[in-house]
Design a protein around this ligand. Structure first.
Ligand code: PLP
Length: 376
C-alpha cells in the first residue's frame, strides 16, 4: 500500500519519479564508510604518485585483494596475473570485444540484453546476433543453431539476474552453454554484475568453461558507478598478457588510481561484504512492497535480489501507451526497445527499477500508480 498520497508526494508529470535506471539503493552507513575510504586515499603516502600516474589494472596488492574476494563467486582464487581491475565493465568490453571478436565478427547474446551491447556492437563494427530465451535464460538449441548458421566468435551473456528479464540461469543450462561454446570454439564474455548481490545463484559460467571465459564483475551495483571500476578475470595468464602486450598505452580501460585504492580498501575492511548484505536486505524489502502492491503478482517476473522487475503488460496496453500513461501519472518508465537486439521486438514487457526511487515510500507511491494503470 502506498504510504505517500498524491498530495504528500513531490512527483508529478513535470517532476516525475524515475523508475528507469538501476544503481545501489541507499543503505545505512554508506556515506560514513565511503568517507573513511576517501580519508584513506587522502592519507596515502604516495598520493601525488597515485593521482599523477596511471594505476593500469591496480597494484599487486589491490589485484590480490580482488582475486581473493572473487573466490566467493568463482570458488577458487584466480591467479593475480589473470585478474585485472579495469575502468568499468563497458570499457573492458570495448577492448575485449574489439580484440577478440573483431570488426566484422559475430557476437551472440540474449535476444533481450543490456542496452550497451547493441551500442558497443555498432561502435566496434561487430554484428550482434540475438539468441532465444526462456525463463532459464539462453536456450541452448538456439545458441547452437546460431553457432552453425552465423560463424559466432563470441557470446556475451548475463546469466545471473539477467538484464532485463531477471532470470537466473540453472546449473544445467550453464553446463550446456559451456559445452556448445567449447564445441564451436566460442569465447564467452560473462557479465556477473549482480554476482555479489545474489545469495543463491549457481556458480558463474566461468567455472564451467574456465578455458574460454572472460569473467567480469562491476562495482557499479555494489558501491557505485561513479568509481568506474570492474574486475576482469581472463581464461589464462597468456590470454591476459597477450592483450595487455598489444595495447600497452591504451588507457581506455585502465582503472582510476583513486578508485582502485578505495575498492581494495572496502574489500580489505569487510565493507564491501557489508554493502552486499545490506543491499540484499534493502532490495528484498522493496520486493516485499512489490508483492503487496502489484496485483495480480503473476504479472511480475523477479528474483528477490534483482534491482528491477520485468512486468507483463495486460493486453489493453501497448509499450507506447503505457510509457505515456505512466509519464502522465508522474513516473518515468523506460521504453524497453533499448534492450532488444536487431530483429527482435519487446511488445509486452516493461522494466521497472526498484532502486532509482530514493526511499521505500517513494517506491510505494510509484508502485501504487503503476498498479492502478495495470488494472485499469
Ligand atoms: C548488465 C550490466 N552490466 C554491467 C553494468 C555496469 O557497467 P559499468 O561497470 O560499465 O558501470 C550494468 C549497469 O549499469 C549492467 O546492467
Amino acid at each position: 500500500m502506498s504510504t505517500l498520497t498524491q498530495a504528500e508526494s513531490s512527483f508529478s508529470s513535470t517532476s516525475p519519479l524515475d523508475m528507469t535506471r538501476t544503481m545501489p539503493p541507499n543503505i545505512t552507513g554508506f556515506e560514513e564508510r565511503m568517507r573513511r575510504a576517501l580519508e584513506n586515499v587522502a592519507n596515502q603516502s604516495d598520493l601525488a604518485f597515485l593521482v599523477q600516474r596511471h594505476r593500469f589494472f591496480g597494484s599487486e596488492h589491490e589485484r590480490s585483494s580482488v582475486a581473493n574476494w572473487l573466490a566467493r563467486r568463482l570458488g577458487d582464487t584466480p591467479e593475480i596475473a589473470r585478474t585485472l581491475i579495469t575502468g568499468g565493465t563497458q570499457n573492458a568490453l570495448m577492448i575485449l570485444l574489439r580484440s577478440l571478436v573483431g570488426s566484422g565478427g559475430v557476437l551472440a547474446t540474449e535476444k533481450f540484453t543490456y542496452a550497451a551491447i547493441g551500442q558497443l556492437g555498432r561502435l566496434l563494427g561487430i554484428e550482434v546476433v540475438g539468441i532465444e530465451l526462456d525463463d532459464d535464460g539462453i536456450i541452448p538449441e538456439s545458441f547452437e543453431a546460431a553457432c552453425q548458421r552465423d560463424n559466432v566468435v563470441g557470446l556475451y551473456c548475463n546469466p545471473t539476474c539477467h538484464n532485463p528479464t531477471t532470470s537466473i540461469m540453472s546449473t544445467e543450462r550453464r553446463r550446456a552453454l559451456a559445452e556448445i561454446a567449447r564445441r564451436f570454439d566460442v569465447t564467452i564474455f560473462e557479465d556477473d554484475v549482480h554476482g555479489a548481490l545474489t545469495d543463491e545463484a549457481p556458480p558463474p559460467l566461468a567455472t564451467f568453461a574456465p578455458d574460454r571465459t572472460w569473467y567480469i564483475m562491476s562495482t557499479s551495483k555494489l558501491i557505485g558507478m561513479g568509481l568506474r571500476a570492474a574486475f576482469v578475470v581472463g581464461p589464462s595468464v597468456e590470454a591476459v598478457v597477450d592483450i595487455q602486450k598489444k595495447l600497452p598505452s591504451v588507457s581506455a580501460w585502465f582503472v582510476p588510481g583513486v578508485s582502485t585504492v578505495m575498492v581494495a580498501d572496502l574489500i580489505d575492511s569487510g565493507d564491501a561484504d557489508i554493502f552486499a548484505s545490506k543491499i540484499r536486505a534493502e532490495v528484498a524489502a522493496r520486493h516485499a512492497l512489490v508483492r503487496s502492491i502489484i496485483q495480480p503478482i503473476e504479472l511480475v517476473h523477479a528474483h528477490h535480489s534483482s534491482l528491477h522487475i520485468w512486468v507483463d503488460l495486460p493486453a489493453r496496453w501497448t509499450i507506447e501507451t503505457f510509457v505515456e500513461a505512466a509519464g502522465a501519472e508522474g513516473i518515468t518508465v523506460r521504453n524497453p526497445a533499448v534492450f532488444a537486439t536487431a530483429g527482435f521486438e519487446i511488445t509486452r514487457n516493461i522494466r521497472l527499477s526498484l532502486v532509482a526511487p530514493k526511499s521505500q515510500d517513494d517506491l510505494s507511491w510509484g508502485l501504487g500508480r503503476i498498479n492502478r494503470l495495470l488494472r485499469s
